[in-house]
Design a protein around this ligand. Structure first.
Ligand code: WQD
Length: 358
């Protein structure tokens, strides 16, 4: 058996070089690496394009342990269009999934030009490859931040009007969707999809890959697991007097493996699409959870008492948002299967594995 967890068919196709290559930019990142695994499990050959400016090369070792072999790695900047053009010319690439981008809301406010250069220039570069190779379908990593603070309706569907996001990060996603719309208007045969993620959390159950924030985490769950691991004295819950179920902000937390599987479904859809399109799809669970509910769930599932306090509201925070996921079900036949209990358990197991905690 060449690989663990793979079917004989995948092994046969791999041995005969018949697996279809999928270019995954930012493939060593949190969502990218989990998508690499699910692409492989679905019979594709993921090819990682990553220059490790915002990820760790150790991820490749974790992926190798899961896949049973080192995935193909192209250690290049996504803006290196000469290299990309040459690679695509020499290899049969059946799809491109574009993750490579910075994604910390707070950091983007402090360093906007870094975000505009990396997120927008990188997207335009990879879209040039799509434009030159219109037979290759393209999936874009977008975000629920394009909704901003939903006016009145907490549950947002793809028809909910977008608002110009307040953070440069959110604006790069808003602009990204517009750029893709404009490209599609000029080349109607292109098959394009933007997936609007809600809040990805958790890790692969193997504890071989997971979230690896560089520096102090901005996001809730890695801060919770690092606090539980003793890296921080306590968690500060930003705000406890919002007009929500318990005064803390509400989000749609989706297990990263469910999110990864949604990308496979998106690619399958585009590969089989007869006509050109730019589809926009919410990828969430359809349920909202408050910060305090996440903390309490983490404590209960992992039998841990977390040290936390309530602090001031965090500027720019949306009060409450969660996804209407009807379209993902209708278009892709996809819905989230894992629960927030699964996610906080997998996240803690991952944290323990990287900190060598028993
Ligand atoms: C969630 C809640 C915080 C840390 C994220 C990603 C963004 C996009 C949308 C994909 C908020 C609270 C957090 C802490 C806290 N995803 N919190 N204490 O802001 O919803 O944005 O999802 O594109 O990329 O950043 O996520 O995890 O930062 O915050 O109380 O130490 O947790 O105030 O209410 P956010 P987050």
């Amino acid at each position: 058996m060449l690989f663990f967890h793979t079917s004989k068919i995948v092994e046969f196709l791999y041995l005969w070089g018949m697996l279809k290559k999928v270019l995954v930019t930012g493939g060593a990142g949190y969502i990218g690496s989990h998508t690499v695994v699910e692409l492989f499990n679905a019979g594709y050959e993921p090819v990682l394009l990553d220059d490790f400016r915002n990820s760790n090369e150790s991820v490749i070792d974790g992926l190798s342990n899961i896949l049973g072999d080192r995935p193909e790695l192209l250690k290049h900047d996504v803006c290196n269009t000469d290299y990309l053009r040459d690679y695509i010319r020499k290899h049969e690439v059946c799809g491109i999934i574009h993750f490579a981008a910075y994604k910390a809301v707070g950091e983007s406010v402090e360093n906007p030009l870094r975000y505009y250069q990396n997120n927008v220039e990188g997207l335009v570069s990879i879209l040039k490859m799509v434009s030159e190779n219109p037979e290759i379908p393209f999936v874009f990593s977008s975000s629920c931040t394009v909704y901003g603070e939903p006016q009145g309706q907490k549950e947002v569907s793809e028809k909910t009007p977008k608002t110009i996001p307040t953070s440069p990060y959110g604006f790069t996603k808003w602009l990204g969707e517009k750029i893709i719309d404009d490209l599609f208007f000029s080349q109607k045969k292109l098959r394009l999809m933007s997936l609007r993620y809600f809040n990805p959390i958790g890790a692969h159950s193997s504890t071989q890959i997971g979230e690896l924030p560089i520096g102090k985490p901005n996001n809730l769950l890695p801060f919770i697991t690092q606090t539980a691991a003793g890296l921080h004295e306590k968690l500060t819950i930003f705000g406890d007097s919002y007009p929500t179920i318990d005064g803390t902000c509400v989000r749609d937390y989706i297990h990263v493996v469910d999110l990864a599987e949604a990308h496979v479904k998106a690619l399958d859809y585009l590969i089989n699409a007869k006509d050109g399109c730019h589809e926009i799809v919410n990828i969430g669970t359809g349920n909202g959870s408050s910060v305090l509910q996440v903390v309490n769930t983490f404590e209960k599932v992992n039998d841990i008492k977390l040290n936390y306090e309530f602090g001031p509201n965090r500027p720019g925070d949306v009060i409450e948002i969660y996804a209407n996921v009807d379209y993902a079900k209708k278009l892709l036949g996809w819905s989230a299967k894992k629960t927030i209990n699964d996610a906080v358990k997998d996240a803690w197991n991952w944290e323990k594995s990287i900190r060598s905690i028993k």
